[in-house]
Design a protein. Structure first.
Ligand SMILES: Nc1ncnc2c1ncn2[C@@H]1O[C@H](COP(=O)(O)OP(=O)(O)O)[C@@H](O)[C@H]1O
Ligand SMILES: [Mg+2]
Length: 264
């Protein structure tokens, strides 16, 4: 469905941020893109959505294909029209608009008459939003705002939904709730999802396949049940060590810090 091949991105004509990224998302799947702050995850998402031009960024090499068609040079509107929607980092909702108004804004590109039916579907998926449909979005909790942002993106009837760090700033309980909704979107609405996360626990709870990104490169990719067992992934992204005493030895901590520095 989505094929990103050897994509390089430069900001301001000089700063090479993506150094040749390749990844693919198959229809019907949930794929995770993991990495620390500054790894280039958001840049990857923006490249796919055609949003780099607003940041003086450029795809200088490689191709991005959606259903076999090259979309590198398409406008953001064209890309939404082809079926890619993104929920940006920080779940931006219109705080002065009600929940229902926020959802209707999400369908502004649509000309068909099924908007009402889609709204019904979204109320089904997010009963808590339905209960609060007349409330201004600014009064919702972080978790509800994230669901609203997802619901709004769904209103453009995407075939691929990209979520940029949906767990950011949410309590563990709300993270679980949001990821349950993500799993339902995939199962019940048959939505294909690319989930960008630093929270590997959350991402692995729903994704079948994962890519790990460091410094503008994909450094590892595998089925998530294999990634979960990888020693480095365990240590750096899941905070687990195989040390049976349960505490890290001094040497381990030292090398951990060293690697951390090297990774960031
Ligand atoms: N508009 C921009 N201009 C220049 N550099 C940028 C811009 N946006 C991001 N960067 C840099 O690109 C790198 C990757 O950023 P980003 O894609 O936001 O990473 P992530 O989402 O993984 O945290 C960072 O070093 C960041 O400072
Ligand atoms: Mg980011």
């Amino acid at each position: 469905m989505l094929e990103v091949r050897n994509v390089k991105v430069v900001y301001n004509d000089v700063i090479l941020v993506l150094k040749g990224i390749s990844l693919s998302v198959a229809e019907g799947s949930i794929v995770a893109l993991l990495g620390a702050n500054g790894a280039g995850k958001t840049t990857t998402a923006k490249a796919v959505c055609g949003l780099l031009e607003f940041q003086d960024g450029n795809v200088t090499e490689g191709t991005i294909e959606f259903f076999g068609a090259r979309i590198n040079d398409c406008s953001p509107e064209d890309i939404v029209g082809r079926g890619i929607s993104m929920v940006p980092e920080g779940r931006r909702v219109f705080v002065q608009l009600t929940v229902e108004e926020n959802l209707k804004v999400g369908s502004y590109l649509r000309r068909d008459s099924a908007v009402r039916k889609d709204l019904e579907d979204i109320w089904q998926l997010f009963p808590s939003l339905w209960r609060r449909r007349d409330v201004k979005a600014g009064y919702l909790s972080g978790g509800e705002q994230q669901m609203l942002a997802i619901g709004r993106a769904m209103m453009s009837r995407p075939r691929l939904l990209i979520l940029d760090e949906p767990s950011l700033g949410l309590s563990p309980r709300l993270v679980e709730e949001v990821f349950q909704v993500i799993a339902r979107l995939n199962k019940e609405a048959n939505m294909t999802l690319l989930i960008i996360e630093q929270n590997a626990h959350a991402a692995f709870s729903v994704a079948r396949y994962g890519y790990i990104m460091e410094n503008g490169r994909i450094v590892m990719d595998a089925d998530t049940d294999r990634l979960v067992r990888d020693a480095d992934v365990k240590e750096f992204y899941l905070g687990i060590t195989d040390n049976t005493s349960g505490r890290k030895s001094f040497n381990q901590v030292k090398s951990y810090k060293r690697r951390k520095r090297w990774l960031s």
